[in-house]
Design a protein around this ligand. Structure first.
Ligand code: PXL
Length: 275
């Protein structure tokens, strides 16, 4: 069985980061090992959240794995607790990567033109260093703009999306998967391969709703599907379709919570989609 190491926070309540990565990667039939970057009472869209940064644990945990000869087929990072952590995460991936293990970076730090509350304006610059190491970097348009020092636009055309994604890849990432790409009346996922300088767009119907944690659902599904052996196009399509299904189900549900989507109800759909 393939083993993924996912590096992100535990938000105890909030349906994001590790509390969605674990069930989704497991449902994909792939082992999920975790390196928690911080423990938060909730995600940072709640007021008054607590946060215990686990910074001092990261290197000792990774050293123990190394001494045990543990290996990972892919490294998948999400929300990191601080700019200082990024350097450690890079060192950990460098130390454990056997050369051909996949590096998948979700620069989970911003949405709708704004950085998440816990980060200051230096954070994207540090995150760009991690993204430079990626086989796949999975930003939304806000993150792609922040990572490339491109002024954010709420509305943009295909040329703007392509230029921003190319700029991001020119900083080192091999492939970019732009989520929530919305231009020229189209909506979906824009894949860019820097080796062939080619783009592909997977189009979806745009559902008129915004929920937290959907980026984590996309990235976890993409990573799980890829490690299950699906092609990158099929993995991106499955991740986009599952995320949309989660949003659809949550919109219809009378007892849904504002803080995250009811991905649990869509797990049967995921199993079917990945089989
Ligand atoms: O879903 C991304 C995410 C992950 N972890 C924490 C967050 C967020 C988004 O706000 O606050 C702690």
């Amino acid at each position: 069985m393939k083993r993924i190491l996912t590096i992100q926070d535990i938000s105890c309540v909030g349906k994001c980061s590790l509390t969605v990565a674990l069930p989704i990667i497991s449902a994909a039939g792939v082992e999920a090992a975790i390196l928690p970057t911080a423990v938060l009472s909730t995600h940072t869209m709640f007021k008054g959240f607590t946060c215990k940064d686990l910074d001092d644990q990261l290197l000792p945990i990774a050293r123990h794995w190394k001494s045990e000869g543990l290996t990972f087929d892919a490294f998948y990072t999400g929300y990191l607790a601080s700019a200082q952590q990024i350097e450690k995460v890079i060192a950990i991936i460098d130390s454990l990567n056997r050369g051909n293990d996949l590096v998948i970076i979700d620069p989970a730090m911003a949405d709708n033109g704004r950085l998440y509350p816990a980060f200051d304006s230096d954070f994207p610059h540090e995150m760009a260093k991690l993204c430079a190491k990626a086989d796949y970097v999975l930003p939304n348009i806000t993150e792609a703009c922040l990572l490339t020092d491109t002024p954010y636009r709420a509305e943009y055309d295909r040329a703007f999306a392509e230029n921003t994604v190319r700029k991001l890849a020119s900083q080192g990432a091999k492939k970019v998967v732009l989520t929530g790409a919305a231009f020229d009346g189209k909506y979906g996922v824009l894949l860019y391969n820097s080796e062939t300088d080619s783009f592909r767009m997977y189009e979806q119907e745009k559902i008129d709703a915004i929920f937290h944690g959907t980026g984590d659902i996309f990235s976890s599904t993409f990573t799980g599907a890829l490690m299950r052996g699906m092609s990158e196009e099929d993995s991106a399509a499955a991740a986009a379709d599952f995320t949309a299904e989660c949003i659809r189900i949550t919109k219809q549900s009378s007892d849904a919570n504002w803080y995250g989507v009811d991905f649990e109800r869509a797990i049967p759909y995921l199993l079917n989609r990945l089989s």
